[in-house]
Every structure is written in structure tokens, then in C-alpha cells.
Design a binder for this molecule. Sequence first.
Ligand code: SF4
Length: 244
Amino acid sequence: MTLEFPFDPLKRSEEVENQVTSGDKRLYYRFRAAPYYGGIATADAVGCSFLCAYCWNYNRNLHPERFQQFYSPQQVADKLLHIAQKKSFRLFRISGAEPILGEKTFTHLIEVLRLINLSKPDSLFILETNGFFLGYQTDLLNKFREFPNLKVRICLKGIDHNSFEHMTGAQNDFFRFPLTALKELEKLGVRTWPALMGDLFSREEINEFEKLLEESGIHSQLELEYLEAYPFVLDNMRKRKIRC
Ligand code: SF4
């Protein structure tokens, strides 16, 4: 797939979704017990609507076609439940990629959620998403109300149009889509919160951004996360001329 920066993330989402799905199956490359949130069963997928300079899974998301193993929702749920049982975890997530690229991946995710909920009603699924497609197609959000054991963490990539384009590689017109997703989720009463890479912005910029969130009708507290400074991440940041 040819990719020129900045790209149209809607077009990219569609193309990537076609690469990483086959029927109701999606490409994953690993299932693991991860230490985050105090211990969480994690399915690592490939394929994203963005291509963030600081993505720890950059090369896999740049070349999802290198992976071959498609998993059905039942297979994903079984693997995650097995890890959770072995490690006495109650938390679950999909990582490494964007879980929702379009309607096919959304349906796959909902089925994984349903199966985990059915087998383990005391579970908590933390949906880590860039919020892009959810902000584009807000009618999907209603479905989340069926899952009280779901929390949605929307990872925001920039504090304004320019930083959004610079970090994600996606055209800056799409900056507001994740904010729309957050606002609508809050309105629906779905548990959600925004996260931002804290070490890429000054305290003043973050304060201003918090004001923008509030003015946009987003009231949940902003979480600051910190960069995983792998050498290839620093190299990608240098190439995009991002200071860190
Ligand atoms: S949105 Fe997340 S998974 Fe996608 S490229 Fe950015 S950091 Fe990687």
C-alpha cells in the first residue's frame, strides 16, 4: 500500500481493515499476560488508521500484510480467557493496533466483548482506541451501552490540528473526530476517559488542552501517559522532527 503523508485516515482505515480481516476473523500476532493496569490479558493485533511517530508497534502497523494468522472472535476470547484464568486476571484488552477500523472490525470486537462477558461476568474490558472511527460513525457508540463491564480509553494524539497531523501522519481536518467520540460516549453514560502523551507537550500546552476539552463538553479527567523510548521510536520521532 502506498502511503504519502499526510494521508486521509478514512481511506487508510478502509484499506487496512480489508488487509487485516477475513470474514469475521482479524489478524493478531500475539496473546500475552501484560503487567499494565496491575495485570491484563492482552491480544496484540496489527493495523491502524494512523501511523504515529511514537507508535511502539510502528513497523507491524506499516506492514500488516506480513502477518498471516487470522483469529475468529471465539478464538480470541478463548485465548484471553485462558491467560486470565492462569494468571487470575479480570482485565482484558486488545493492544498494538487500532481495534476499530470500520464496521467489520467493530463487529469482531463486539463479539469478543460478548463472549468474554458471557464466560466471565466479573471481567473488565479496557478498550484502548484512537477514537477516530468512533468519532466518524457515532451511531456505533450505542452498542457499548450493552456492556457495563467496558471502559473506553481514548488515546488522543495531538492538542491541536497541527500536532495531530504531525504525530499521526493523518490530515489535520480529522483532529476533532476522537474528541467527538469522547463527548458522545460521556453523553451515553459509557465509562470513558482521554489519555495524552504527556512528555511531548509543555505544562502550559497541556493546561490549554484541558480547557479545550472542557469547552468541547468533555469532562472526564485527562490521563498523561509517557513515551516508551525504544531506539526505533526516537528515530521515527527525529525523522518527523518531533522534539522529546
Ligand atoms: S493510534 Fe496507537 S496503534 Fe495506531 S499508530 Fe498511533 S500509537 Fe500506534
